[in-house]
Design a protein around this ligand. Structure first.
Ligand SMILES: [Zn+2]
Length: 112
């Protein structure tokens, strides 16, 4: 578990901008995922960098992530740090969702 003080939480929230859709957009540092090229927020706490969405889920949402589980963005936005948009799911469920989302990417049509 991440040990965080109220000062850490206050500092964290300075990097959050609430979007009209309800997502908490992370404007702090970011790094790319290990297995993918998707950007994730990073936040320094106790002298080491942690994923910003993990900090949000664990410290603000009080959700632990047991072994074999992943934190899934239900809003599908990797830079969102809203604790309610991050759900702890099994690795299998995470994989199932990943495949389903890839099969149905957002459509954009210039013709209208
Ligand atoms: Zn979100």
């Amino acid at each position: 578990m991440i040990k965080a003080t109220q000062a850490d939480v206050d500092r964290f929230l300075r990097y959050v901008r609430v979007l009209p859709c309800g997502c908490w957009f992370w404007i702090g540092g970011r790094s790319k995922g290990r297995g993918n090229k998707i950007p994730y927020g990073t936040f320094n706490v106790n002298g080491r960098a942690v994923r910003a969405h993990r900090f949000a889920s664990e410290v603000l949402g009080r959700q632990s992530c047991p072994p074999g589980h992943h934190r899934d963005h239900t809003c599908c936005f990797s830079l969102c740090v809203h604790p309610d948009h991050i759900e702890v799911v099994t690795a299998e469920e995470n994989q199932r969702r990943k495949i389903a989302r890839k099969a149905a990417p957002p459509a954009f049509n210039l013709e209208g």
